[in-house]
Design a protein around this ligand. Structure first.
Ligand SMILES: Cc1ncc(C[n+]2csc(CCOP(=O)(O)OP(=O)(O)O)c2C)c(N)n1
Ligand code: SF4
Ligand SMILES: [Mg+2]
Length: 347
């Protein structure tokens, strides 16, 4: 009689969940779209960090990019808002329950066109949210028109050149007060996963502008958001290694060749120097770096700016620890006597 082979044990993360739990519906985006690669990195980062999916809220607006939350974390909370309005919905959700981990996914059109007013206020409030812009320089969903992140002189498929200068979403976020600002590329697995994990360990707005080529409308010669162009003009400011608080690892570095940043939860980001030494805590230096590389037609990628101890919006508002959404009515509404007292004081 032959012995029945026992199947190998399923691989699980530190909270006992399989990677499949972190997946979502099958993607309906084009094969090769950069947004699909970002989805894979989000799944990987959340799985490896052992995030509890039931504690997560996914938010988005409208666009191919804004469809992406359907393709990861199928059991998490989610809200697909209207075009450009994700920031106000995110603000409401986080204030109602500050213990939720919020991740917003938007596009360069959704954020930098119709949603720009909402974006700037979310950044200046330093709302605790991971805000990802899947940046392809065009409106993919409505057939590839230029978005405000398209570079001056970059060309549509039909040869029409863009005659407006781009908005640099990283420079804008840094200027406005976001406390973690990074740029990456959907094709750079190592850098993007490390940055996403670091964003999960940060408390405050973590804004990631991820260059994410649109294979259908913006991957031709003359585009500065194509795979070929981004690969050739990607200038990492450092090599990023993320060390989570639950792993006691020492990263060996030659003295003077790396910089370490400790995040809110005790995790560390080790930034190895490539080229010149880059200080991600220097706001003015970060703006200068972005301006200089943009002038040369290059993309600075990596952790561009971080302020780990900045107060987030919930601390600024001095919110009670218990989620506002769960407070009983007696604690959220003053009774008649309290109102009478106020009225009396105004006589
Ligand atoms: C109020 C409103 N205006 C315009 C549109 C049309 N529209 C849908 S998606 C989109 C832009 C999407 O671009 P982006 O955010 O960059 O996402 P992508 O598809 O490139 O990922 C536009 C203009 C809309 N849905 N609603
Ligand atoms: S149209 Fe472009 S952005 Fe939309 S799914 Fe296809 S490749 Fe991606
Ligand atoms: Mg777009």
């Amino acid at each position: 009689m032959s012995a029945v082979a026992t199947p190998p044990p399923k691989k699980v993360n530190r909270i006992g969940l399989e990677v499949a739990t972190y997946r979502g519906a099958k993607t309906t985006l084009c094969a090769g779209c950069g947004h699909n690669a970002i989805t894979e990195r989000i799944i990987e980062a959340f799985y490896e960090m052992g995030v509890n999916p039931s504690q997560v809220i996914k938010l988005s607006g409208i666009g191919c990019s804004s469809k992406a939350p359907a393709y990861f974390l199928r059991t998490s909370h989610g809200f697909n808002a209207v075009h450009g309005r994700m920031p106000s919905v995110a603000t409401g959700a986080v204030l109602a329950n500050q213990h939720l981990l919020a991740i917003g996914v938007s596009g360069d059109g959704d954020t930098a066109s119709i949603g720009i007013g909402q974006f700037v206020h979310l950044m200046r409030r330093n709302l605790p949210v991971i805000y990802i812009i899947e940046d392809n320089g065009c409106y993919g969903l409505t057939k590839g028109q230029f978005s405000p992140t398209a570079d001056l002189g970059s060309k549509l498929k039909n040869g029409v050149a863009n005659d407006l200068p781009p908005i640099d979403m990283c420079a804008l976020a840094i200027e406005l007060g976001a406390s973690f600002v990074a740029r990456s590329f959907s094709g750079d697995k190592k850098q993007l996963t490390a940055l996403l994990k670091a964003a999960l360990a940060h408390r405050g707005t973590a804004m990631l502008d991820v260059l994410s080529p649109c294979v259908t409308f913006n991957d031709h010669e003359g585009s500065t958001k194509s795979y070929a162009y981004v690969k050739d003009h990607d200038e990492p400011v450092h090599d990023v290694t993320f060390v989570p608080s639950f792993e006691d690892i020492t990263v060996e570095q030659e003295p003077g060749t790396a910089r370490e940043v400790t995040l809110h939860d005790g995790s560390r980001i080790v930034l190895k120097t490539v080229g010149h030494d880059y200080d991600p805590t220097d706001k003015v230096g970060a703006m200068k770096q972005l301006m200089e590389t943009a002038r040369r037609g290059e993309y600075s990628t990596g952790l561009l700016y971080v302020e780990p101890d900045k107060d987030d919006f919930c601390s600024l508002l001095n919110l009670v620890d218990e989620p506002l959404a769960f407070l009983p009515i007696e604690r959220t509404r003053p009774g008649k006597e309290a109102l009478d007292e106020i009225m009396e004081s105004l006589r």
